[in-house]
Design a protein around this ligand. Structure first.
Ligand code: TRH
Length: 381
């Protein structure tokens, strides 16, 4: 009999929580043949990253995953053998009570946020007994080293990416209404939170000596872009030119098509967690904007990943990457944006080579779905 899994996901804001939970659920079904139910409290956010999802359906099956609307009060449901609360979302009391009378009790895990900070490995896999009920929750930490829970990546990802670059990219540009890049042109994708550094970056791009095409899926930066362009609003399909910069607004895409954009561009600005990992698997240069947290806690995360990411990168290129990332995340004591951009641009070839080497190195961390399944199998023994 197939092991049954329940994954619970609360959409805090944005798309990262559901993006990760969906990638995980799909992977567990496709690659491990498990019976997975995914409970989601906001099906509208889910529909944005995966349009086949019906935002009004209480229950539906998509890609082999049973997707259930998570409503309050929670409808009675028999707990699965494995329960995951993604990112510490609190399980419904009724469901917890039902888990506590199962024999044996479900293997219960909290899937944590990804971080490159060194403490992650020490905390990965630790148990936490429930204060009242006969249940133990385990902390599962994704991470960048083999002693963590690894990274989300589906089997065959590199092969799909390479096949796309070999035979799908021209059709992709055409589909977006663009010709193939001209010689010397840099194509950049921009997925970001509101960012005080954005106008200066746009100025630097407009003043660049070579053409830059920036592709922006609809989202939170659109008002800032409109302000910079001095237009009242922007819609998908619009194209604007300023100096060397062409700005294209794209519709928000499904998760798989967004991967194509990351694979096709020469530089990707990404944010949060999931797009950051996908940009690393794209083997392309990236600039990461960490999810902003109180007391600038995200700076530690940014620095931890930067330190790890720039290992083995030539000195000037490492400095250029750090300058861009730090500036983009609002850290003090960095050069102004035009200096950062020029320095980054001068190191493009080295940064490009490094992105490929880094992507190969990432595989050492292991794949999260495989590690999760191994962890559970050990507990079920
Ligand atoms: O949307 P995010 O800002 O999500 C964030 C982070 O995950 C953060 O760590 C978390 O604490 C916070 O939410 C609550 O960024 P992220 O993680 O990159 O997720 C974006 C998802 O959206 C990802 O799965 C890719 C997907 N996406 C599309 O499907 N289509 C698109 O056009 C774009 C731009 C993104």
């Amino acid at each position: 009999m197939r092991t049954t899994w329940d994954i619970f996901c609360k959409v805090v804001d944005n798309y990262g929580d559901i993006g990760i939970a969906w990638r995980l659920a799909r992977g567990l079904v496709r690659e491990h043949g498990l019976a997975v139910r995914l409970w989601v409290d906001d099906l509208h956010a889910f529909h944005r990253i995966w349009p086949p999802i019906d935002p009004d359906a209480e229950e539906q099956t998509c890609e082999g995953v049973k997707v259930c609307a998570w409503r309050a009060p929670f409808a009675a449901a028999e707990p699965a053998q494995v329960v995951i609360d993604a990112f510490g979302c609190t399980l419904p009391d009724a469901y917890l009570a039902a888990m506590s009378v199962q024999s044996p009790p479900p293997v219960w895990m909290n899937l944590e946020y990804l971080s490159a900070e060194p403490w992650v490995a020490e905390h990965h896999g630790l148990p936490s007994p429930h204060p009242r009920l006969p249940l133990v929750r385990h902390f599962f930490f994704p991470g960048y080293t083999p002693d963590t829970g690894g990274l989300l990546a589906e089997a065959g990802l590199a092969e799909r990416r390479d096949a796309f670059l070999h035979s799908g990219i021209t059709a992709f540009w055409r589909h977006l209404g663009l010709e193939a890049p001209q010689a010397g042109e840099l194509r950049v994708s921009l997925f970001a939170y509101e960012n005080p550094a954005l106008p200066d970056l746009l100025d630097a791009w407009a003043a660049d000596t070579r053409p830059i095409t920036c592709l922006v899926p609809e989202g939170r930066v659109i008002p800032q872009l409109a302000a910079w362009l001095s237009v009242s609003g922007l819609r998908a399909g619009e194209l604007h030119r300023r100096g060397s910069l062409r700005l294209h607004i794209l519709p928000f895409m499904d998760q798989d098509t967004y991967d194509h954009l990351l694979w096709a561009c020469g530089l990707n600005f990404v944010r949060g967690e999931d797009s950051c990992v996908r940009a690393q698997w794209a083997a392309r240069p990236l600039v990461w904007q960490a999810y902003p947290q109180a007391d600038e806690a995200h700076w530690d995360k940014t620095n931890a990943l930067l330190q790890h990411y720039t290992e083995g990168l030539e000195r000037e290129a490492a400095r250029a990457v750090s300058g861009m990332w730090r500036h983009w995340n609002g850290m003090p004591e960095v050069d102004d944006m035009s200096v950062c951009w020029k320095a980054w641009r001068a190191q493009l070839m080295a940064i490009k080579r490094h992105a490929v080497a880094w992507c190969e190195r990432l595989e050492r961390a292991g794949r999260l779905t495989d590690k999760l399944v191994d962890f559970v199998e050990n507990k079920l023994k």
